[in-house]
Unconditional design. Structure first.
Length: 95
């Protein structure tokens, strides 16, 4: 899950600021000239709606929390298991 550290100020103001920042970062996904497919645009639209709905669902958090778990954007790999890195990447031959 994506986590945002709360900044100074009131609790709900902080949540809304972080939510608005996350929304602003993905505005491009809904533009008419976006390179995304219609399916991907729909996924991003769902994520953006979850962000808009998020501040109404914060009663499960308290002002003592250091981090708040926001909805994950489409394709977010943060909670996925780490890939197996036991096999080294081959080094290219020098030119």
């Amino acid at each position: 899950m994506r986590k945002f550290r709360l900044r100074t100020g009131t609790y709900m103001q902080d949540l809304r600021k972080q939510r608005n920042l996350a929304l602003a970062k993905c505005d491009w996904t809904q533009a008419a000239d976006s390179p995304l497919s219609d399916e991907d645009k729909a996924l991003w639209a769902t994520y953006r709606q979850a962000l808009r709905d998020f501040p109404e669902n914060v009663e499960t958090y308290s002002e003592d929390d250091d981090v708040i778990n926001f909805p994950n954007p489409p394709g977010y790999a943060g909670d996925q298991p780490m890939p197996d890195i036991s096999v080294p990447t081959p080094t290219p031959e020098p030119e």
